[in-house]
Design a protein around this ligand. Sequence first.
Ligand code: UDX
Length: 473
Amino acid sequence: MNISVIGAGYVGLVSAVCFAELGHKVIVVDNDPSKLLILKEGRVPIHEDLLPELLQRHLSQSLIFTDSIAQAVRASEVIFITVGTPSSSTGDADLCCVEAVIRELAMHITSRKVIVEKSTVPVRTCDSIRRTMELNGAAPHLFSVASNPEFLREGTAVMDFLYPDRIVVGVDDSYSEEKLSQVYAPLWEGSYYRREGLIPGDESHSPRFIITNTKSAELIKHASNAFLAMKISFINAVANIAERVGADIDQIKEGVGSDRRIGPGFLNAGIGFGGSCFPKDVLAFRAVARDAGYDFDLLDSVMRINQDQRHQFLRKVRDVLWTLRDKRIAILGLAFKADTDDVRESPAIEIAKALIKEGCHITAYDPVAMPRALEQIQTRIGDGTIEAASDPYTAAKNADAVLILTEWGEFASLDLTKLRREMRLPVIIDGRNLYRPEEMDAAGFVYYSVGRAPVFPSDRISAAPDLMFEEIA
Ligand code: UDX
């Protein structure tokens, strides 16, 4: 099929290359000339596994980039809108970019199209799109409007697209149902999983193809993200209780997550969720509920617990290090989660900023997010500073403590002896629970994590710092 994707952001880019991978001809539209230049050269502006390979595979053959909405509209049967919908000051999604695209689409439409909203938008946006199309002169028989929420996680977005649990399409007429069924047929019929040269995964995969009306599809997206965010806040709240009563959050997670009704996913306690989706989408859902006349105050608690989780972590750092001014701290991880260079709403960035403000000297290492992170953080705030290190061990040099803030795989398999040798004090405060406390105890560290008892042997803390290493070794 001939498909357009308008907006080459995270969702748009991943969707576009994956549509090409499914066998469609795809035109990607973006109004950022520098981004278009990079993409036309076959380079990817974000760190996302498999995206560079797929871009190389399909560029110029079934995937082209342009700044012309007119060209895209003329050539396509189905047009996906994937422009950004940031939070406004009241928490509502700001739909200005969507509206601007729709106005331009309306001007160029001359034959029947399906316009598919894929950005995360409030319920009833499809209705607003229909009205705006008509107001701007598009004849109603020339277009249908549908909703097709995405459930792509950064870092695994290509695999999430090609091997999804479910594909949800919200349609209000049979024409869009037919077209969207065709778009996704290689996945729900399974022909993609039998194809040679496919991106390998579980080839017995069979995603559910769920057809709903547009409003339900819009709500499915909000409800899914809000529910996952709620799971994270819930386990973080339980972790706080576990810490206070001497229980272990890993054991609790196993016990609770083994109930099939609950499931083990998204029950990792830590420093709270970040990223471009959960914080924005929970606020947007709250606003949607308010507009619909329902007070969904559970979502306020989800956000409050999430915010508090960062403060709890900072409190832990203060508990261990006492005063913070002039302490040297190594931070491992600044991305909002592993396998991405995205630092939007990253709890790690907020924690780093707070520590710099308190006068700490931070040396930070992140495998890919360092450049973006340093754009977000002033390198000097008051008396505190931050600088980048080239690896975890350099970051840890002379550190009073190492803080693990992103769950990168490489941080879970550090050479602990080497790390300890670099540090001034053997203190690790792990915001992602990457190690077992016993393991850290055996390696001679004072170890604090989330929802588990700290390892803080009194003989170790009473020892003079320079004696600690020998004694513990
Ligand atoms: C999320 C949704 O998962 C995806 O379906 C949606 O379309 C976009 O938003 P993403 O933001 O890429 O994806 O990341 P995700 O893997 O969901 O993690 C979000 C945040 O929650 C991260 O900060 C992560 O570290 C945190 N998290 C996740 C936890 O703290 N604990 C967990 O158990 C899982």
